[in-house]
Design a protein around this ligand. Structure first.
Ligand code: NZQ
Ligand code: ZN
Length: 393
């Protein structure tokens, strides 16, 4: 087991009406003016935004509302939002939505506390390391990205087509209000994207060169089995509280680092997928399921036994030959994604990446024109990325 230091300080308030504790808890932090950030309007239409603002107001908090975050959130929105937050003397940020809204809140928080820096050129490009931020909380409406407890945030620069993450302990929100009922209104495709992303956050930690990490393996395998088991009910019955609770809880556990403690992360599939979202603006979860099987078939010989173990743990695959078990496990996972309605190749994703030029562009973006390797389980160079994108075609 690798040495590690771990601190996930986010206070989680989970269950029915969890969001109604927001006013009291944020006010207890000494906040006065809360920037309430939301997305394309789902929380307005279902009344959640009004309910929340009333709750914050009842606790004596002033609310400044900022709507319009798009999926695959963009840096220009954050730049404008920072100006509003500065003007209104905001001292707390509340995200109401999924990963895109929470990531935007994280970026706003950093930009507000470090207003002399540019959010993309300085902070996101890691030219300057930041040491302070503004406290944030989230009311989660979609179990997916895990941003409600994670130490990362992802933004897209629409001018350059780059979709890039920033990892820092400052990204861990102060609180997360998690009411599974708030996910009932999410479109089925988004629920499936979320389920895929949750699985992927654990898979990207499971495939690692670090060995001898038994507890972490059991947590990871247990979480993935649970997600697969409850995903069917979560998708088929939109008001199934148990299924939505299990998926929501797994979403946070999957990406708060618990499923990978004591080992190095990989996250190659995320990198390959982010380039698809950067160029084609596709949903994050869909970008991952499009690339996973290609990545897995390309990489499995790096550690055949590891893939065979996963096949046994998730799909009860038993074979004398580890290589056949590994490949059978990959096919079963790919088929699972199909059964929950997720794309597993470019044509199913609905994007036309047929020519060399597009593939080379994606590989260049992924590896910084061949200057950087991606991941560490099977480190990927530019040619590997080209080969994997071609396999996904
Ligand atoms: O914008 P609204 O109107 O709210 O609609 C959203 C959006 O269209 C809708 N939605 C969410 N909850 C809903 C709902 N519609 C009706 N009822 C509800 N209850 O779903 C759509 C997608 O929302 P989004 O926030 O984009 O989804 P998700 O949570 O999957 O977040 C994806 C973003 O998170 C990043 C991704 O790259 C992507 O940009 N990630 C962030 C991570 C992190 N911060 O740790 C890690 C992840 O790996 C990921 O990269
Ligand atoms: Zn993800």
């Amino acid at each position: 087991m690798n040495s590690f230091e771990y601190c996930c300080p986010t206070e989680i308030v989970f269950g029915k009406d969890a969001e109604l504790k927001a006013g009291e808890k944020i006010s207890a932090c000494g906040a006065k003016t809360v920037l309430v950030v939301y997305g394309g309007g789902s929380v307005k239409r279902n009344g959640l935004l009004d309910r929340l603002c009333k709750n914050l107001g009842d606790s004596g908090l002033k609310c400044i509302i900022l709507g319009g975050v798009k999926p695959n959130p963009v840096v220009s929105f954050v730049r404008e939002g920072i100006k509003t937050a500065l003007r209104e003397k905001v001292d707390f940020i509340m995200a109401v939505g999924g990963g895109s809204v929470i990531d935007t809140a994280k970026a706003l928080a950093h930009g507000l506390a470090n207003y002399e820096l540019d959010i993309w050129d300085d902070i996101w490009q890691k030219k300057v390391e930041i040491h302070k931020t503004t406290p944030i909380a989230s009311v989660l409406t979609l179990a997916a990205a895990g941003s409600e407890t994670s130490d990362s945030a992802v933004l897209t620069n629409e001018e350059t087509g780059q979709k890039r993450g920033l990892s820092t302990v400052l990204n861990r929100p102060k609180m997360a209000f998690m009411n599974p009922e708030l996910t009932y209104s999410a479109p089925k495709f988004q629920v499936a994207c979320g389920i895929s992303d949750i699985l992927m956050h654990t898979l990207e930690r499971y495939f690692s060169k670090s060995r001898d990490n038994y507890m972490t393996d059991f947590i990871a395998e247990g979480l993935m089995k649970n997600v697969i088991q409850f995903s069917r009910d979560a998708l088929e019955k939109e008001n199934d509280y148990l299924a939505r609770s299990e998926i929501m809880y797994c979403g946070s556990l999957s990406h708060c680092d618990l499923t990978g403690l004591g080992r190095q992360k990989d996250f190659s599939v995320h990198k390959l997928g982010h380039e698809l979202s950067g160029k084609f603006d596709v949903a994050h979860g869909a970008s991952l399921t499009t690339m996973w099987a290609s990545w897995a078939r390309y990489s499995y010989q790096t550690d055949i036994d590891r893939f065979a173990r996963l096949a046994g743990a998730l799909w009860q695959v038993e074979k004398n030959d580890a290589s056949s078990a590994a490949l059978e496990g990959i096919a079963r996972m790919e088929n699972y994604f199909k059964t929950i309605g997720m794309p597993t190749c470019f044509s199913e994703l609905g994007i036309g990446v047929q020519n060399e030029k597009d593939i080379n562009y994606l590989a260049d973006m992924c590896t910084d024109k061949g200057k950087k390797m991606v991941g560490n389980f099977k480190p990927i160079d530019r040619q590997d990325a080209i080969n994997m994108y071609k396999m996904a075609n």
